[in-house]
Design a protein around this ligand. Structure first.
Ligand code: NDP
Length: 253
């Protein structure tokens, strides 16, 4: 029996990257997982198939975040999927993982780009939590994916880092608010982690990025997914309001 048998989970942005690895791990521990995506249905379906092949349970949910009505659309799909499979809509674990980067200099950051980064990365997680709390039983888990860039400067990503700084506030304040319900709220901050960005196909660049970690490699999505699964488990019941460095030692300097 896995550590999460009988639990249900929503992982936003789990068609690819860190979200995918997190969904696979949570399902591997026995949770029924809502695999959320925005446009890449094929990838989300592949995550569901992979989970099912390994004996787990999952379903895909589509919703674009950062647009009006996003949270409503997301939870229509989540609640329907949970109801069909469990007869109820209880959600035990929420992982706010979906995110977009900026990737432009401060001089070239337009108000539109800024608004989008804030809407997807910071505003959506707040309202997803607000909505999730209506169906989350006591003892639930909320994990928000931040970034090491709230501690280390990168001028190409000021708007992104600002949005993740806001995300980190969710753990601090919601941890206090939700303590009486036994719900923990934590931030997990990855360092450079392999995803589908073509930059990871260029060996020289990967080698340079690897040097930022004390382990001299870039992070793999499952390095982060495993940490999320730990925080989602009963063993982590005494950790709340925390900033968890999941950067492979990048932040030690
Ligand atoms: P990927 O770029 O590999 O995947 C992004 C995921 O989010 C996809 O599932 C995508 O869905 C979904 N998504 C993107 N935009 C939206 C949107 N507007 N609405 C709904 N879903 C959306 O992500 P990573 O694994 O690289 O990153 C995951 C998290 O980790 C992010 O919050 C990121 O900021 C953070 N992070 C990543 C680091 C890294 O080096 N990779 C480092 C530090 C933090 P679809 O497949 O349908 O497009």
């Amino acid at each position: 029996m896995g550590t999460l048998t009988g639990k249900t989970a929503l992982v936003t942005g789990s068609s690819r990257g860190i979200g995918r690895a997190t969904a696979l791990r949570l399902a591997g521990e026995g949770a029924l997982v809502a695999v959320h995506y925005t446009s890449n249905q094929e990838a989300a379906d592949d995550v569901v198939r992979t989970i099912e092949k390994e004996g787990g349970r999952a379903f895909a949910v589509q919703a674009e975040l950062g647009v009006p009505g996003d949270v409503h659309e997301l939870f229509l799909g989540v609640e329907q999927g949970l109801k069909e499979r469990t007869g109820a809509t209880d959600l035990n674990i929420l992982v706010n993982n979906a995110g977009v980067m900026g990737g432009v200099s401060p001089e070239d950051t337009t108000p539109e780009l800024f608004d989008r980064v804030i809407a997807v990365n910071a505003k959506a997680p707040f309202f997803i939590i607000q909505r999730a709390l209506t169906i989350m039983p006591d003892g639930g888990r909320i994990i928000n994916i931040s970034t090491g860039l709230t501690k280390v400067a990168n001028p190409q990503e000021i708007a992104y880092a600002m949005s993740k700084g806001a995300v980190e506030m969710l753990a601090l304040h919601f941890a206090k608010h939700l303590g009486p319900r036994g719900i923990t709220v934590n931030s997990v901050a990855p360092g450079i982690t392999r995803n589908s960005n073509p930059v990871f196909d260029i060996p020289e660049v990967v080698e340079q990025m690897a040097q930022l970690s004390v382990f001299n490699r870039v992070g793999e999505p499952r390095d982060v997914g495993d940490i999320v699964a730990l925080l989602a488990s009963d063993d982590a019941r005494w950790i709340t309001g925390a900033f968890v460095d999941a950067s492979g030692g990048t932040l030690v300097g």
